[in-house]
Design a binder for this molecule. Structure first.
Ligand code: ADP
Length: 457
């Protein structure tokens, strides 16, 4: 299974790896320098001891003497050997233990003895008077080993600690540096929820994220502008279309009264009138919708009794339902009062119930129920009609969407868009559930005390 790391985890990981790598490199270099320097110091001690010792050998009366005037540094063992193999002097009883190591003049030799590392230095033959001598000095590297051991200990304890610390600091740094991106994401999500007038807060420091916010804001501004122009065009076009449609309707109506028309011509004029009435409804719905979305629709919030609204809708729609032998069942809790625009609320219930009748089956039923809690109102409109397919269901609130244009010529595809807009300006939500062939339920939830914000875009 592939795990996708978040950006924060990636940044933390890279930071931790970099810090640990730098720490390892630093420790490595320090270890090398310390080891080299300490070994050099030991070698210097041995070289110094060698020259000290050689300067203290004298030749008097055909004999070699060792004058121990300046003692060598403590811890250094040595012997001075005459050419014939007899020992002139020695210091340190263990020096003989290194006899197994062959003499290599002027060369440092690493040796092991009593579980420790030692460094040996042999001189070449030195002539004193007419005698030749050879000196060997040896010193333990114990101190170097101990220092390097402490070094290792610090390293072994330090690396896990540094790793944990780097991960912690890296995570905090990543969180801090991604904070503005989180803000941008949050804001962009709210904007995609529908309000194009909102802008991403631009931070005062002019860094890359500030530039990103700026670019997004420019994009939003031009999007908002083109949406505004599109809405204005639709609104103007709908407005302009009202007069010609009214004129056509008037002429068609006057033609109907003309007795000289044949039956066929009469039926054609009636078709013109039907289409005109549909066009009139569409133009007026488009105007409502675009004005509403532009915030130019005069919304009047007042205390409204939902029961009265339901009674009104029932009275208007009962005759229409009766035409398709559909029974309307209205049931509401007593005295449901909410803060709303009465005519828009009526329009909302009307649109949903009209649809339930229009897409209901002959002899079927439509149930309109209203219930309330302390602060919300739940309105459901349910029918046992044709239903909506799962494929069409996500699109029914889109403007001009009609699932079955062949079946229904009278629809405009705007009724549910208007219902959604009305719900949203009241701060509520609308949802649809449906099963093809079995019926549809629309559920509207409205806050009782009005929208906490009036969102009209
Ligand atoms: P229309 O004027 O076409 O009814 P709407 O916006 O009111 O426009 O509805 C959009 C589409 O959603 C309709 O064309 C219809 O296909 C579907 N629809 C809406 N309400 C119902 C319902 N109660 N039952 C079945 N389909 C529905």
């Amino acid at each position: 299974m592939k795990h996708k790391l978040t950006l924060r985890s990636k940044m933390t990981l890279w930071f931790t790896i970099s810090v640990v790598a730098i720490t390892l490199l630093f420790f490595g270099v320090l270890f090398f320098i310390t080891q080299t320097r300490l070994t050099e110091m030991l070698e210097d001690d041995l070289s110094l001891a060698l020259s000290q010792l050689s300067s203290q050998v004298e030749h008097k009366n055909g004999q070699l003497y060792f004058e121990d005037e300046t003692p060598v540094k403590s811890g250094i063992m040595y012997y001075i050997m005459e050419e014939n193999g007899s020992e002139l002097t020695s210091h340190g009883e263990d020096i003989a233990a290194f006899d197994a190591y062959p003499v290599q003049a002027e060369t440092f030799t690493h040796a092991q003895y009593a579980g420790e590392s030692w460094l040996l230095l042999d001189s070449s033959f030195i002539t004193v008077g007419d005698e030749n001598i050879r000196i060997r000095v040896a010193a333990s590297s114990r101190q170097i080993q101990q220092t390097l051991h402490i070094f290792w200990l610090i390293f072994l304890l330090g690396v896990p600690f540094m790793t944990a610390l780097a991960a912690f600091v890296g995570s905090l740094l990543a969180k801090q540096s991604l904070k503005p991106i989180q803000q941008i994401i949050r804001c962009a999500n709210e904007i995609t929820a529908g309000d194009l007038s909102r802008r991403i807060p631009e931070s005062s420091n002019k860094n890359e994220l500030g530039a990103l916010a700026n670019t997004l804001n420019h994009m939003l501004a031009s999007l908002e502008d083109s949406f505004r122009r599109e809405r204005r065009f639709t609104s103007d076009a709908s407005h302009e279309l009202r007069t010609p449609v009214a004129v056509i309707t008037a002429y068609a109506e006057s033609l109907l009264t003309d007795d000289s028309l044949s039956k066929e011509e009469h039926s054609k004029v009636e078709t013109i009138l039907n289409e005109c009435s549909r066009m009139q409804r569409m133009v007026s719905q488009m105007l409502t919708l675009t004005r509403g979305q532009e915030g130019r629709y005069p919304v009047l919030m007042e205390k409204v009794c939902l029961n009265d609204v339901l009674d009104g809708v029932q009275a208007v729609l009962e005759p229409i339902a009766a035409e398709s032998s559909i029974t309307l069942h209205f049931a509401a809790a007593p005295a449901i009062v909410l803060s709303a625009d009465q005519s828009l609320l009526t329009q909302l219930v009307l649109n949903l119930t009209e649809n339930a009748i229009k897409y209901g089956k002959t002899g079927g039923d439509v149930w309109v129920n209203a219930a309330q809690t302390d602060d919300t109102i739940l309105l459901t409109v349910h029918d046992n009609g044709i239903g909506i397919s799962a494929e069409n269901l996500p699109h029914i609130f889109e403007r001009f969407f009609r699932a079955d244009t062949a079946r229904d010529r009278s629809g405009t595809g705007l009724g549910l868009s208007i219902a959604q807009w009305i719900t949203s300006i009241h701060g509520g939500t609308i949802q649809a559930e449906s099963q093809l062939g079995h019926g549809t339920t629309f559920t509207v939830t409205l806050p009782k005390h009005g929208a906490s914000f009036v969102h009209v875009k």
